[in-house]
Every structure is written in C-alpha cells, then in structure tokens.
Design a protein. Structure first.
Length: 152
C-alpha cells in the first residue's frame, strides 16, 4: 500500500477512451488522484461535480485531476458526458491501481460487511511523490474539491 512519501507508479491505467495514462504525462504538474466507488451514484456524482466546478482553479494552481474507479470505460464515458466532466477517469477494472494504492477494503452498508473501493484522494507532487492522503472519513463529497483546493 502506497503512503505519503512514496513514489507513485508511472503507469496509472486506461481512461474512458482506452488511452494509457502515465504519471509522466503530467510531469511538472501536481496531480489530484481521487478514488471513488461507482459512476453515477449520488455521492460519487457530487464528488465528481465538485472537482468539475473547481477544475479551472486547480488548473491555474498547476494541478491536474484524475478520477479512478473499477467501472468500465464505457460507464466512465457516459458519466463524463452526463456530468460534463473536464477531466479523465481511469477504468481500473482489474483493480491493479486500486490495490496498489491500498484503497480496496472492508466496508459496511446497513450492517452488512463487504469488500469495496474506499473513497480516498491522493495529492502527488511534480516529482511523482505522494504528499497527502485523504481518507473517506475526511471527505464531504459535495465539498471535497473546495475543501482541498490549493491556495491561489
């Protein structure tokens, strides 16, 4: 499991168009890599729209935003179109990146335990080093992008 201070992997995965995304594609920029459970669900939509609404400010501050879930590329494509998201989503259907970052684990819903993706955000600096990890308990999906927005 990757932690603060670790170097993030170069190969991130494939986006909604099937293009391979690499950390090196964003050299010289900081990266917000946010993991979310499922496209088009209320919390995940609120979180994505939060990043959409603040995307221009992230860009001006030298950041790129990428979302990651285990949903397929086609699902990501529909989600992007319906929500007018200006950033890419990684389709980690084999959960390689999810497991590498250690965000697959036990969850509970209505008293039942199950395994799933744990909502988590990583901030990665220009050198590819993880400088911050934000856990689910710290995330308000409606305000997430605003809450972690870098100072102008």
């Amino acid at each position: 499991m990757l932690q603060v201070g670790d170097k993030a992997p170069d190969v991130l995965g494939y986006d909604q168009e099937g293009r391979e995304l690499r950390l090196s594609d964003y050299a010289g920029r900081k990266l917000v890599l946010y993991f979310y459970p499922k496209d088009a669900t209320p919390g995940c939509t609120a979180e994505a729209c939060s990043f959409r609404d603040h995307y221009e400010r992230y860009q001006k501050a030298g950041y790129e935003v990428l979302g990651v879930s285990a949903d397929a590329a086609a699902s990501h494509k529909r989600f992007i179109e319906r929500q007018a998201l200006p950033f890419n989503l990684i389709a980690d259907t084999d959960r390689k990146l999810i497991e590498r970052f250690g965000v697959w684990g036990e969850k509970m819903l209505y008293g039942k335990k199950y395994m799933g993706l744990l909502r988590t955000t990583f901030i990665i600096d220009e050198a590819g080093v993880i400088i911050r990890r934000i856990e689910a308990k710290e995330i308000n999906t409606r305000r997430h992008a605003e809450d972690i927005l870098p100072e102008p």
